[in-house]
Design a protein around this ligand. Sequence first.
Ligand code: 2PG
Ligand code: MG
Length: 420
Amino acid sequence: MAKILNVRGRRVWDSRGRATVEAEVIVGRGATPLASGRAIAPAGASTGSGEAKNIDVRKAVEHVNGVMRKALLTARVEDQAAIDRKLIELDGTRDKSRLGANAIVAVSLACAHAAAAAAKKPLWRYLAGNKPVALPVPQIQIYGGGAHARGSVDLQDYMLVCIGAGSFSEALEWTAEVYRAAGARLAKRNRLAGVADEGGWWPAFKSNEEGLAELVGAISDAGFEPGRDCAIALDVAATQLLRGGRYHLSLENRSLSAEQMQAMLLRWLEAYPIVSIEDPFAENDVAAMKAFTKAAGDKVQIVGDDYFVTSEQKLRAAGGACNTVLLKPNQVGTLSETLACWNASRELGYRAIVSARSGETEDVSIVHLAVGWGVPQLKVGSFSRSERMAKWNEGLRIEEALGGKQLIYPARRLFGRRKS
Ligand code: 2PG
Ligand code: MG
């Protein structure tokens, strides 16, 4: 049993050059420091209105070094549930806006790291206990749009899922090929405007559908079979598109009713090898989300991000909307609440994906959570920029550490081998 001897907060910088909170937790047996853990809060750009709220970073750091430190001194670091309960009580608001979600998530995660370090285990192993684990199946962004590329395309993420890959490392090998092929295709047609917030190509497409056709082309160019080896996942991030009850596609200069949006998505599902669609409708468009899930939920993952904001309560009240939940620790604030949402998803028969934010850092905690908790999918952004690559590379290290002793890599179980 290790006790918390000190908690320290500091102001550091994220992948967008914006300030964020780092927390460090030092633990020991008796008064002698034994181990420490560290974590950095990420930040979203396309956020759901129900998310836990970040506050001014200087203020958040003050809270870490002041009231939060005081409340946690001498606490048993292994008792994550009690630590998180204490943080929630100390904050006392529904949206974590007093202490700040950025302060709370950094401290909550740093405690988990410190507990693992005190047990002399990597975090994923500490969380998994003796349970066998597998690496998650990645969703990797190829083109970035929406709020992450000033609306270059209306859809936020065009992602690759290597459904036919036999391992995590093979999925990354294939992704590297497709990512490069996609960039080369854009450059050749003079449509490459740079990279977006999460490292995906910033495209100059003429329509949103062009991104789908281009991604299929890039998969083929890289020597893979679309729909058999590699498939597509989309994050529409539709909350960002809804104004006055209609979904605005600025790139195409038109706006759609929810029914027209559904018709467009269903047509795309027929025409392209899509296995997953996130936030296809806005966070408050409950009727549309339910109707779409009814129409397509048996064929494709329908993922709630803004729609569920990692809330166990919202997931339990879903009433048939979506079939998959995105798990973002900073969206809800603490590790225990994220775990509760994951546990509820299993109980309710929903799939789950652990996800990074668009504002990230070298922090690799989410990879450990996905592996340690056994969440079979992981979304981190694209295949460039070190805040993303740090996470993919951490997955490779874990895969190596597991050697032959891992569960079967879940890609084929989740997505089967589909016909093109
Ligand atoms: C999302 C995330 C990550 P953000 O919408 O899923 O892509 O974006 O962190 O900006 O909410
Ligand atoms: Mg999203």
